[in-house]
Structures are given as C-alpha cells and as structure tokens.
Design a protein around this ligand. Structure first.
Ligand code: GDP
Ligand code: MN
Length: 387
C-alpha cells in the first residue's frame, strides 16, 4: 500500500528522522494558515499524490509571500497533475503539503528496499540526488552505492561506513548520517515497508541533514498489524475498478490492453494472459476470481470487466474444481442480464459439472462464443481483438 509524502514524513518524525517543519492542507484557506504558522519564507507548496516527478510537472512551488501561497495553492489544488509515474491520465490533487523552505547545499539520494534475488535488504545511496534514480543508474552507474544488509543480522557499522565513504560525506556530518540510517532501517523493518525512498536527502547550508522528500510503500500482506497505516489509505489515489474488486474479494489488476479476462487461480490467469499475448492481443486486466468464488463474485467480476471502457472482448477461462462450472455459468448469466453485454464473450471451461454449465449458457439466450479448448479460445479471442 502506498502512502502520501506527508504521511511518510509523519512516520519520519516519529522515528526522529529530520524533516522540514510543515503541515498538510486540504483547502486554499488551510494552506494560507499553515504558511502563517511557519512564519518565515520561503515556503514550499507540494502537491500530495501517490506519484513522484511532481517537481518537473509544476506540483512543487517555492514561494516568498502569503499572496504567492494563495496563488500557488489555488493553482495546484483540484488540478490534475501528470508525471512519468501517473501515466497520461494523471492524478487529481486533493491536498498540498506546506513546508518550510530549505537552504540546499547538496542533494543526495537514499532508499531501502528488499532485494529478492539475494533475500537481503538493500540500501541504495547516490551523490546524484534530485534526479530520477533510473536515469542515474543508466548514465552514471558509478554514482550508485549499494549496501546489502542481512535481515537476520541487521544494519552494522560497516554498512554505515560503506555508505558514508561512498557518498563522500564530511566528517562533521558522519554521526548524524549514521543515526539517520539506523532510524530509517528501524522504520523500514518495524513498519514492514517494501520501499522507502528519500530523493532528495539534502545537506543544508547549515550542515544539517534533512529528508526533503519521502516515499514509502507498505507490504499489503502485513497491514493487519498496522491499523494506524491502514487508516491512511487514500482510495482516491487508487484505480477505482481495483478498489471495487478488492471490496468484492477479487484479485484484480487493471492493465493496458483490450481483452478482458476472468480466470480462476492466479497461475491459470498468468497462463491465460500469456496465451492472449501469444495470439497477438493484449490483456486489459488480470482477474483471479479464486477457487471458492460464488455466483455473486463471478457476476461482480464480470461487471467490473464490462465497466472498463478499454475492453473490446472478454475471455472467460475456468477450470471447474472448487468453483463448479454451473456456479460460474450462473454468475455470468446473472451479470450479463443485469449489465447488458456489449462485447463478444468467449468461454472456455472444463471440470466439475461442465455439461450442466454449458447447458445453462446455451439456454441463456445470450450471445456467448464457446471454445472447445484453450488453444481454440485464444484463436477466437485474437480474432475479436483484430476485428
Ligand atoms: P518530486 O519531484 O515529486 O520527487 O518532489 P520533491 O519533493 O523531490 O521536490 C522536487 C524538487 O523541488 C526537489 O528536488 C528540490 O530541488 C525542490 N525543492 C523541494 N523542496 C525545496 C526547498 O525547501 N528548497 C528548495 N530550494 N528547493 C526545494
Ligand atoms: Mn523527489
């Protein structure tokens, strides 16, 4: 689960990681009050959306007076911001962070994330802060320092030194940097983060380390032990269809293609998506209705796929095991009757009660295309995609 910068900075404060003074504002009036409370200019106004790259998109403003705060807040709040990470649709800004402007001497990069290949916690640091780390990795790989931490042993002094020397930090700041790392590592593990990124981590003109930006992802499977973080969920930042699907207990991810697909079992869903691609089409979603789905869940899944305007055809691929074919058929017929099917639907199913399921579909009067097997289903859906 993603959280906002202002929420990540709240966690930083709790762990005594230095961040600029500031507070979040939901309206222009609140923004002005927040700036007044800071009392000194410059003040920074930052759009709060679940995406980076806001600076380049005009979502971060440095201002020098109350009238400029007013003007910037009016311009940013309510507007849609488009960055590399939001995709072309962009994200609507519903809140801004009002912060004390910092006097920046150096910009560094620091992040912590699990490295699956080595099963260790990887700390990445770079001298080239403020830039996209992907660009730094591509053009100046020598500027990236990595420290690998064995999670069973934890962060050690040698890791600290490795990063300290790699960043060419002044002795006077060594102690602050070490304690910053210790606290961030503690936050990362205690809060079950899957990503923690500070870009830029700045050294101010007064030789202080300050986290100017903050991005945190929390492992969704660990949310049961972080109710405080669950309360921060901002559904407005999430894909609306994915939010609906999660409520219905469905495993759904929205993708870019135009062939909707409904499958039971994550492995079969992955294989089905491969088949769709192999046949020359692109999947519009991943949807695993799960082994124990009932007719209502199938109907809900079908409705969600149908409400995606990208979808030009649907492939239903079910192996009837725990989810019986007749239950699937009932769900499909229910949903099709209710929402009206506007696109061709290819169905391939096998397994428990398959004859009964096929009969129900045939008797439904709906225009459904039945495939004899998986290969046939792929060919039929590809024809639809091409037409
Ligand atoms: P991002 O573009 O979404 O990653 O947003 P950031 O929080 O990283 O801000 C973008 C850029 O704005 C930073 O890299 C800084 O160069 C600049 N910036 C942010 N806060 C301040 C500040 O307090 N003072 C100054 N001078 N620049 C700032
Ligand atoms: Mn940033």
């Amino acid at each position: 689960m993603n959280i906002h910068e202002y929420q990540a900075k709240e966690l930083f404060r709790h762990y005594k990681v230095p961040v600029p003074a500031g507070s979040v504002a939901f309206t222009v009036e609140e923004a002005v009050v927040a700036a007044r409370e800071l009392g000194v200019y410059p003040v920074v106004i930052k759009a709060q959306v679940h995406a980076g790259g806001r600076g380049k998109a005009g979502g971060v403003r440095l201002v020098n007076s109350e009238s400029e705060v007013l003007q910037a807040a009016e311009e940013i709040l309510g507007r849609t911001i488009v960055t590399k990470q939001t995709g072309p649709v962009g994200k609507k800004v519903g809140k801004v962070l009002i912060e004390q402007g910092q006097n920046i001497a150096r910009e560094l990069y620091l992040s912590i994330l699990p490295d699956r290949a080595s099963a260790q916690i990887m700390i990445i640091a770079s001298l080239a802060g403020g830039m996209d780390i992907e660009d730094v990795a591509a053009s100046m790989p020598e500027k990236i320092i990595k420290a690998m931490v064995n999670p069973l042993i934890g962060l050690q002094p040698f890791h600290q030194r490795q990063l300290l020397f790699g960043l060419d930090l002044d002795k006077t700041i060594a102690r602050d940097f070490s304690s910053l790392l210790t606290r961030l590592y503690q936050l990362f593990t205690e809060k079950d983060c899957t990503m923690l990124e500070i870009n830029p981590l700045v050294i101010t003109g007064e030789n202080q380390l300050v986290a100017l930006d903050a991005k945190i992802d929390i492992d969704s499977s660990a949310l049961y032990r972080h109710q405080d973080i669950v309360d921060w969920r901002d559904e407005a930042e999430e894909d609306p269809l994915e939010v609906e699907a999660a409520r219905a207990g469905l495993n759904y991810i929205n993708l870019d293609g135009n062939i909707g697909n409904m499958v039971n079992g994550a492995g079969l869903a992955m294989a089905t998506m491969d088949l769709i691609k192999k046949a020359g089409a692109e999947p519009a979603n991943f949807l695993d209705v799960g082994g124990g789905a009932n007719a209502e869940m199938v109907a809900e899944g079908f409705r969600i796929i149908l409400s995606d305007p990208k979808v030009k055809g649907i492939l239903i691929n079910i192996f009837g095991g725990i989810l019986r074919c007749d239950v699937l058929a009932e769900g499909v017929v229910q949903a099709a009757r209710k929402s009206g099917v506007t696109v061709p639907v290819v169905i391939r199913m096998e397994g428990t009660n398959v004859e009964k399921g096929r009969r129900m579909l045939a008797d439904s009067g709906l225009n459904l295309i039945t495939a004899v097997d998986l290969a046939d289903a792929a060919v039929k859906i590809a024809e639809i995609a091409k037409s």
